[in-house]
Design a protein around this ligand. Structure first.
Ligand code: CMP
Length: 138
């Protein structure tokens, strides 16, 4: 089990001014910020990030949404980071997200669900390398 995961605060949450509240929940949840940046994905880069979902019916909508505005990307560190962070963010569909989770508090819908969290240690590494060089990690 690795101790790092990759998160994005997505365009809907950024537009609504929720990034401070989300980062507060992340740090209060015991995660240390290893790397962090504000950036904006082009449709090409969003397509590359979500390539695993290429065959899904929502892929086009996902790419359009994820490139619609700035995001914050961050590498987070904690024991069992991937599993524990997915617990903190809650279910993909905020209607099913438990009380006390980030998506319960800040997400709008299954598409505009405020935050991303890596779903495995392998993907955490791939996704962290997508956004950050070694010089940007502390
Ligand atoms: P994320 O955890 O970033 O991983 C894949 C993303 O696809 C997911 O969050 C949602 O933003 C999006 N997604 C998943 N299911 C659907 C759906 N049924 N319709 C639209 N977008 C979806």
């Amino acid at each position: 089990m690795s101790n790092q995961t990759l998160t994005m605060i997505k365009p809907d949450a950024m537009k609504k001014g929720y990034s401070g509240g989300i980062l507060d929940m992340i740090t209060k949840g015991g995660f240390r910020i290893v790397a962090l940046k504000q950036t904006k994905l082009t449709p090409e880069k969003a397509g590359e990030f979500y390539e695993v979902h290429k065959e899904r019916p929502f892929y086009g909508e996902l790419i359009e949404y994820m490139s619609s505005g700035p995001i914050i990307a961050a590498i987070l560190e904690k024991e069992n980071a991937v599993t524990d962070f997915r617990k903190l963010i809650g279910a993909t569909n905020p209607a099913n997200a438990e009380e006390g989770t980030i998506r319960k508090q800040y997400a709008t819908s299954v598409a505009e669900n405020a935050v991303h969290g890596s779903d495995s240690d392998d993907n955490a590494k791939i996704e962290s390398d997508f956004f950050f060089s070694a010089l940007e990690r502390f």
